[in-house]
Design a binder for this molecule. Sequence first.
Ligand code: TXA
Ligand code: MG
Length: 321
Amino acid sequence: MPIVKATEETIAVAAKLLREGALVAFPTETVYGLGGDATNGRAVAAIFATKGRPQFNPLIVHVPDAAHAEAHAELTPLARRLADAFWPGPLTLVLTRRDGSPLSDLVSAGLDSVAIRVPDHPVALALLRATQRPLAAPSANRSGRLSPTRAAHVYADFGEVIALILDGGPTAHGLESTVIDARGDEPVLLRPGAVPAETIEAVLGQPLRRAEASPDAPTSPGQLASHYAPRAHLRLDAKTAQPGEALLAFGPEAPADGKRTINLSPTGDLIEAAANLFAALRALDDEHVATIAVMPVPDHGLGEAINDRLRRAAAPRGSSK
Ligand code: TXA
Ligand code: MG
């Protein structure tokens, strides 16, 4: 069993494995990441292969602080303001790669940009410091499947394939980082995530432009229509479950939890709902129903990211290339 509790000793073992080019799954404040040395092309390639991820999907590079980000990318004045306000934390910045950065080209899928973040998690930060390498880490799930919010979810997708899974308990946010293109003066929201867009707009005193989602020419490949997919079909905007369906509920009006009903938040709290989202979808998917009925979730705050994930999970299969 590759799952070990994250301690000083197991983090040192993980760092050694990473420096040798192996992959290690580790907790962040958003979801568990499948980490590899971002300067080692073979390790990065192993991430794509292990996930079964389309090659054109660039990966997020994790660093311990903004100074390390600076070594790999150009921080515009806008990026600096965002880093000051939100790092460490669940905000990823897409930046122009610096010439001479040792990052593998594969990590940004050949683009001249790179996505970087400083995670706000003691295990992730300790691992980055012990490894002394930037770590490429997409969510530690097989491509197109749900993002893992617990070590056991990683094991469920990969079994013994990953050398080591550092267990840091359930993740705090349960939703991936918000991705912002900060290369120019005008911030562009590429992926809604754990930091609500409104929070970023309030800090900047400036609206975020929403990138057009186009499956054919995605600005950010995470925008591919079908990216987060349970096995079951999702029926959105449901008031209640039909016979044979499972129910992903939300709010105080919903029926009580049962074998095939999970309420994301009985009090209607979007933060709680985000933290429960992937685990709830997984648990309902394990009931082997053909369809999961999904009650509406309000579209403000974290609801925007939750609804984004739900729409992707509901999109027709095969649109993720
Ligand atoms: O919360 C998170 O961000 C998690 C944890 C493990 O840190 N990581 C994660 O990574 O979600 P990943 O690789 O699954 O998501 C990468 C996202 C995708 O939407 C991808 O298209 C976008 O970032 N991205 C990466 N590099 C990019 C680039 N150069 N330009 C535009 N988008 C980029
Ligand atoms: Mg993912």
